[in-house]
Design a protein around this ligand. Structure first.
Ligand SMILES: *Cc1c(COP(=O)(O)O)cnc(C)c1O
Length: 364
């Protein structure tokens, strides 16, 4: 049964539908084309069913908080974990050591000092904040993330002088998001060209370079995919183990938010389609400032322009503005918003207005 057929048969809305089979195939294909290790950035969607579906097809999971760490460890007791993110507390660092995190991505000299003070074995990548060309990126990870060269070098010295319990394994980066394969490759080459001599200069044995995530997802064209083959083929052969940690490009495509039309009305010449639920369940279009791609499941025919809104008492509750919908659309019709598998439910402000939560369905 296709996800669309499945959604047409539902009786309660709104609902999230995840196609776990499609997700497995998608990620397995990515991994088979890749040289680098593939970690999944759990913050894109930490739903336990998604994590379990992904686990056999990735090398590990990247977590970005103590909460994610505890959750992923509970869900996948044997997964290899990398722990990143700014502002890690002492409690989070202890939890990482207690739960057997394989790599801690250290974000600052102060964080490293606090980790060193625990006197327990810890395996470290240093997060680098490099000023590299990232033209075309949707989001540049500047600001508080990671360290410049001066701080990185200070950290390498701290590790060298702090005894055998701290091991420096390499460099972690996550410099931009929304880059296509060519731009991402260009960025990766810059990172590698900088990192290899740096790692050699600091005598890092069996060095590792984590190139981060941020592979582009094009919401204006749900059928396009990041060109993993070009990316994989273009990565240079280097004396280091490479790793990537995408989130969005792995899980975005296999989730839908499906709901029914409550009302269709025309106000001051504009047609509004009011849907059950709202952006408190699917914040993605508000956050990204885009029209969420959608399919009308129950009606076809000649189109007219309309704005798709939810039940919230705010003009910001818009899924898609001034988009074509069938002119005969009416209450009871079903609309499925696509590309709702990443940064969708889990980034949304669920309790605002206290409407019922969606049901969740998992296609196996
Ligand atoms: C968010 C994040 C990722 C994943 O980014 P995507 O755009 O979802 O691929 C990877 N690494 C770090 C450090 C992140 O903060």
């Amino acid at each position: 049964m296709t996800p669309h057929d499945y959604m047409r048969d539902l009786t309660r809305f709104p609902a999230y539908v995840y196609d776990l089979n499609g997700l497995r195939e998608h990620v397995a294909a990515i991994r088979s084309s890749l040289g680098p290790e593939l970690f999944y950035a759990a913050k894109a969607n930490p739903d336990p069913a998604i994590l379990r579906a992904l686990a056999p097809h990735v090398d590990g999971i990247e977590v970005a908080s103590g909460g994610e760490l505890a959750h992923v460890r509970r869900t996948l007791p044997n997964a290899r974990l990398a722990f990143g993110g700014p502002g890690k507390t002492d409690e989070e660092l202890s939890l990482a050591l207690d739960l057997g995190v394989e790599r801690i991505h250290v974000e600052s000299p102060h964080e490293l000092a606090r980790l060193a003070a625990k006197g327990r074995p810890a395996h470290v990548l240093l997060r680098a904040n490099l000023r590299l060309p990232t033209t075309g990126a949707a989001l540049q990870m500047r600001g508080a993330f990671g360290m410049d060269e001066k701080a990185l070098t200070a950290c390498a010295r701290t590790i060298a002088s702090s005894g055998p319990h701290l091991t420096l394994h390499g460099i972690h980066t996550h410099l931009a998001s929304g880059l296509d394969a060519t731009a991402m490759l260009d960025l990766a080459r810059h990172i590698i060209d900088w990192a290899i001599p740096w790692l050699e200069a600091h005598n890092v044995a069996s060095p590792e370079i984590n190139l981060g995530g941020g592979m582009a997802v094009d919401y204006t064209d749900p059928e396009t995919r990041f060109d993993w083959k070009t990316y994989a083929a273009g990565l240079p052969d280097v004396p280091a183990k490479l790793r990537i940690e995408p989130g969005r490009a792995l899980t975005a495509y296999h989730g839908w938010y499906v709901t029914d039309v409550l009302d269709v009305k025309t106000t001051h010449g504009e047609t509004y389609v009011v849907l059950r639920g709202g952006t408190q369940h699917l914040r993605t279009p508000v956050t990204k400032g885009h029209d969420q791609p959608f399919t009308v499941l129950t009606r076809a025919g000649e189109n007219r322009a309309a704005t798709l809104v939810g039940q919230l008492c705010t003009p910001k509750d818009v899924f898609a503005a001034d988009v074509p919908v069938p002119a005969s659309l009416r209450p009871g019709d079903l609309i499925a918003f696509a590309m709702a598998g990443a940064y969708a439910w889990n980034i949304s402000h669920h309790d605002f207005l206290m409407h019922p939560r969606p049901d969740f369905h998992y296609l196996e």
